[in-house]
Structures are given as structure tokens and as C-alpha cells.
Design a protein around this ligand. Structure first.
Ligand SMILES: Cc1cc2nc3c(=O)[nH]c(=O)nc-3n(C[C@H](O)[C@H](O)[C@H](O)COP(=O)(O)OP(=O)(O)OC[C@H]3O[C@@H](n4cnc5c(N)ncnc54)[C@H](O)[C@@H]3O)c2cc1C
Length: 371
């Protein structure tokens, strides 16, 4: 079987792009290197979905099934940002209601399942970067499947491989915003004999001299993450003990772990967390969506929502281009530019609100004078 579109990457952006294209009647192959069942075991970072996702999930016809899922409500945030005191913001007055702390692997699997039900073929395979910079006429995606390399011919390729941008990185130029890295761990084991339940459903954000922390209750336990720059991150953060020690130095985040057993603390993981923009993010025969096109500093909490929106828009754009309406590509670029402008404004404003550590490298790098 030949495909009109190959979507590489089955996260929120890729799954929704494949869903939109399959519903439009296109022959779509959705490949994900980790999509091997309804619940991939690898736990994913990126867990809070903003209330503004509600209308989009409705429009995509996914709302009822999503709402019946195992996700927890997110009712707002507490932040110690700009001062030691915790300030709360509730979603009570948000026109869309509350947000969600997702079972992230389950959410991604649910979206891939929706694409499959709409007619997309789902395969476990890895998209491999082409061995040389592609020519304009090259139309195919190189896949590694069961140890074998093969090229799947297609009219269009959607790069939704997240920050790796496996296809886009050969076709565009990627601008990194800074060197932000996240060190994170999921606490799942409660203290034996403890009656206290962890029922706090607001995300907590706390700024510290070399970066910031956040913690959120998720269905599998409590996620704790420290955000700092790669060159400022202490090597002690590589071990469970070092990570616990650093949590112990926080004023607020540590109080959220009272119900969890420190002896069962997992070793932390590290991942890139800087803002990223691919330019161009689309051209004849290819288009990037989600983090592959533009990734955000997690402080924005907008990554998943943006992945859903850009995935849906990329799917519609490819469908239009396949019908000969190639001007849709320019509209897509303008759409990404508008999102990037709003994100950069908001990023500068938010970091500008923290003025307590002017001599510290992390904050100096983000001060309006040096940014
Ligand atoms: C520390 C941290 C915290 C975050 N917290 C939040 C948050 O609370 N709320 C929020 O909205 N956003 C958050 N984000 C951002 C959010 O996780 C991302 O923006 C979102 O996951 C992007 O979705 P995506 O589909 O573009 O990419 P991804 O979710 O990265 O999905 C990419 C998919 O492609 C697959 N893949 C990768 N390479 C290949 C390949 N070569 N071949 C085939 N498949 C491949 C992967 O298996 C994966 O399924 C956070 C990010 C970080 C780093």
C-alpha cells in the first residue's frame, strides 16, 4: 500500500495530524518508535493540560472519551515567583473550567487510537534522518522497522517527532532559546502506615537562585522537576539522594512530598527543556508540527495544547496542499509566527517578574537587559 502522507511521531501533534488527515479521507501512515500497545511503559514528561484544550477536544470529537479517562483535575497553580510567599491562581474563573493532570502515556495512546479508528495505519517504527540533505524532489520517509531500513514513498511527510525534529532538522535551521534542562522524578510510593493522602491538585512553581522547580500530582503519583541551565546543573542531581537533597533546600516544593517514602525515591531523569523554533517549518512535501516546529520552556504550560493545535492545523494544511491549495503553507507559517510572538512576549514578562537574584547567572541570562 502506498500512502499520501506519512506522519512521523505519534505524540499529541502527530496523532492529531493523522486523525485530521484520515478523517479527510487521506491514506495516512502514523509511525511512532514507542507505540507498541495501548499503554507504552515509558513514562512521559509533560503532564498538565490547560483548560483551553476543552473546545479543541470537542471540535475533534474526542471530548466524551477524554473526559471519561483517568486524568486528574488541575484546579490552578500556586507560585512563589518574585517573592517567598505562595500566591494562588485558581481556574475557578476560567471560562473553560479546570485543566487536567494527565496520565500522559495513556493520553498519547488514546490520541493514536483515535487516529487509527479514523482510518490511519499505525506502525511501530523509527523515522531515520535522510543520509544527505534532501533534494526538493525527494518524497519519502526512511523507516527502521524490526531492524530493517526501508523507504516509504509518500506525497507529504509530517514531522511530529518532538524536539528531535528528525525530518525538519535536515530541511530547516533550529534556533535554541537558551540552555534550559529539566531534572525530574516521579514519586509513587507512599510512606508505609501514613494516613495522609496527597490530594493537592494545584501545580506548585517555586523560583530558586539557580532556576525553578515545579511539582504536580499526576495519576501515578507526584512529579517533581527542577529547571536550570545545563552548565549550572549540579552533578549531585544525577542521583536520587542528590535530587532529594536539592528538594530539601526548597521552601515549598518539599512540603508536597510529605506523604511519599524518601527511601523509595527514584533516580531522576534529565531532558532538554529550552524553547526551540525551526525555520522554515514547512516546505513543498513536508511540514513540522508540535515541538518539532516550536517547543516551549515548560514554564508556559502550553506545550501539549500547542502540539494539539499545530497538529490539527498541519493536518488541514497538508490536506489543502494535496488538493492543490498550496498557499495554505504560507498561512501555516504565519500561524506559527503568531504563536511564537505571543510565547516570547509572555516568556520575557514572566521571567522579568523575578528580580530577587540579579547577580545569579540563571536570572541574569533571562533579564530584559541581556535577553
Ligand atoms: C520538563 C518538561 C515539562 C513539561 N510540562 C508540560 C506541561 O505540564 N504541560 C504542557 O502542556 N506541556 C509540557 N511540556 C511540553 C510538552 O511535553 C510538549 O510540548 C509536547 O509533548 C509536544 O508534543 P509533540 O507531539 O510535539 O511531541 P512529543 O510529545 O515529544 O511526541 C513525539 C513523539 O514522536 C516519537 N518519536 C520521536 N522520534 C521518533 C522517530 N525518529 N521516529 C518515530 N517516532 C519518533 C516519540 O516516541 C513521541 O511519541 C513539558 C516539557 C518538558 C521538557
Amino acid at each position: 500500500m502506498t500512502f499520501e502522507v506519512v506522519v512521523a511521531g505519534g505524540g499529541p501533534a502527530g496523532a492529531v495530524a493523522a486523525l485530521v488527515l484520515a478523517r479527510a479521507g487521506r491514506r495516512v501512515l502514523l509511525v511512532d518508535r514507542g507505540a507498541h500497545g495501548p499503554r507504552p511503559s515509558l513514562s512521559r514528561i509533560g503532564e498538565t493540560l490547560l483548560p483551553a484544550a476543552r473546545p479543541l477536544l470537542h471540535d475533534l470529537g474526542l471530548w466524551d472519551e477524554f473526559a471519561a479517562g483517568p486524568h486528574l483535575r488541575c484546579v490552578g497553580t500556586y507560585a512563589s515567583w518574585g517573592s517567598e510567599t505562595l500566591h494562588g491562581r485558581s481556574h475557578l474563573h476560567d471560562p473553560h473550567g479546570h485543566g487536567w493532570h494527565l496520565d500522559r502515556s495513556g493520553f498519547d495512546a488514546f490520541l493514536r487510537g483515535a487516529a487509527e479508528s479514523a482510518g490511519a495505519e499505525l506502525r511501530r517504527a523509527e523515522a531515520v534522518p535522510p543520509p544527505r540533505p534532501p533534494d526538493a524532489g525527494d518524497q519519502g520517509v526512511l523507516l527502521r522497522e524490526g531492524g530493517r531500513l526501508q523507504e516509504v514513498r509518500c506525497d507529504w511527510a509530517v514531522d511530529a517527532t518532538g524536539r528531535r525534529a528528525v525530518i525538519g532538522r535536515r530541511r530547516g535551521w533550529r534556533r535554541k532559546q537558551d540552555r534550559l534542562v529539566a531534572v525530574y522524578a516521579l514519586f509513587g510510593r507512599r510512606l508505609p502506615g501514613r494516613r495522609t493522602e496527597d490530594t493537592e491538585l494545584r501545580t506548585l512553581v517555586e523560583a530558586v537562585p539557580d532556576g525553578w522547580w515545579y511539582t504536580a500530582r499526576v495519576p501515578a503519583g507526584r512529579l517533581v522537576a527542577h529547571l536550570t541551565d545545563t552548565d549550572l546543573a549540579h552533578s549531585a542531581l544525577r542521583t536520587a539522594e542528590g535530587f532529594l537533597g536539592a528538594i530539601g533546600d526548597t521552601r515549598h516544593v518539599r512540603t508536597r512530598l510529605d506523604a511519599y517514602d524518601p527511601a523509595r525515591a527514584p533516580a531522576p531523569r534529565w531532558t532538554a527543556a529550552h524553547g526551540l523554533r525551526l525555520r522554515p517549518a514547512a516546505g513543498p512535501g513536508w511540514i513540522a508540527a508540535g515541538d518539532a516546529a516550536l517547543a516551549f520552556d515548560p514554564l508556559s504550560s502550553q506545550g501539549i495544547l500547542t502540539a494539539l493545535h499545530t497538529g490539527a492545523r498541519a493536518g488541514r494544511t497538508v490536506d489543502l496542499c494535496l488538493s492543490g491549495e498550496t498557499a495554505a503553507l504560507d498561512d501555516y507559517t504565519l500561524f506559527l509566527d503568531r504563536i511564537t510572538d505571543a510565547y516570547e512576549r509572555h516568556h520575557a514578562e514572566t521571567y522579568g517578574q523575578e528580580q530577587r537574584w540579579p547577580g545569579h547567572t540563571f536570572w541574569e541570562r533571562r533579564s530584559p537587559a541581556t535577553a
